[in-house]
Design a protein around this ligand. Sequence first.
Ligand code: NZQ
Ligand code: ZN
Length: 387
Amino acid sequence: MNEFVYSYPTKVLFGEKAAAKHLPAELSKVGQTVMLAYGGGSIKRNGIYDELLSVLQAAGKRIVEFSGIMSNPTYAKVQEGAALAKAEGVDFILAVGGGSVLDCCKVVSAQAKLTTDLWSFEYGEKKQPAEFIPMGAVVTAFGTGSEMNNGAVITHAEKKIKGALWGAFYDFAILDPLYTMTMPLKQVFSGAFDSLSHCMETYMGKPRTSNLSDEINEACQRNIIAHVRATLANPQDVQARSELIWAAAMAENGILKIGKATDFQAHMLEHQLGAYTDCNHGQGLAVIHPVLYRHMLTEGEEQFARLAVNVWGVDPSGKSQAELAEAFVQSLAAFIKEATLPTTFAEMGISNDVDYKAIAQSTVLTPNCCKKFTTEELLDVLMECKG
Ligand code: NZQ
Ligand code: ZN
């Protein structure tokens, strides 16, 4: 295991009616002006907006609305939110939504406290912000785990980069499975696949020998697979949603990363696909993963073989490690179809004119990847994904 420091800043408030039960107490600790931030309006249609508004009003807060945060939030939207927060003297941000709203607000919370441009500050000066507007999250769409980490993924449209920016941790995160019941099923499965991808990408990091983090990770993967299947059988299964929402947080809250250096190369490639196509994150990962893994069967053989047996229930008797690794990729690909996820970029509606060469060239991989892909190899992967 690598050395580590573990401490946890986000309080998780999990369960049905969690906002009604816990939000008043949390709001009593924060300042007077609260920014209520949300996306394109799903919360107005499903009643979550009205519920939260009445809690905020009962707490006597002055409310500043920041709405229209799009999927794959842009740096321009971050600047809009930061300018609003500064102008209105916002004391606290309540972010209500999926990964896009939560990510956008993390960066708003940092940019609003900074006079310089955050992108140049983090990418150019290689610094991390230290001052933030405090925040709370209400999760309405699970998958990214954004509610329990301090990373945000933001699209800089002019630079054509979808990249990570570091913001604040949420002081608290409200996880109510009932709030996710109106998620479109397509988003339920793409979100769940995103969580599974976070597990796999962490698992493929270093060290590659068996360790406690990986064993917890295998349990998370089995849980996600089982509850995607439960949701396929019964889309209204609240118990399955409650498992998926917590598994999503677990997959990206750092616990699976304890003592590990992570890989995340499918993510790095998918993020650049997103920068060029504005595609759905979990769907992009579903297409990329099996293709990428076929290109690293040798380098990842030992871990793939372990996943085949411990996660996918493949019987190891009489099989070589290489055969088990192949069985893992086959199980994963079959599951993607079973979960009604796309298997090609064409199925995702991505047009053929995309500049795949530019996507491959602009993808920056971490040094910990199980296999170090060249730009040419990444382009091969993208071409196979195209369909
Ligand atoms: O905008 P509204 O109208 O709210 O609709 C949203 C959106 O269209 C809808 N939705 C959310 N909750 C709903 C609902 N519809 C009905 N009922 C509800 N209860 O769902 C759609 C998708 O939401 P979005 O937040 O875009 O999806 P997701 O949670 O998958 O977030 C994706 C973003 O997170 C980034 C991705 O790159 C992408 O930009 N990620 C963030 C990570 C992190 N911070 O840790 C890690 C991930 O790997 C990922 O990169
Ligand atoms: Zn992801």
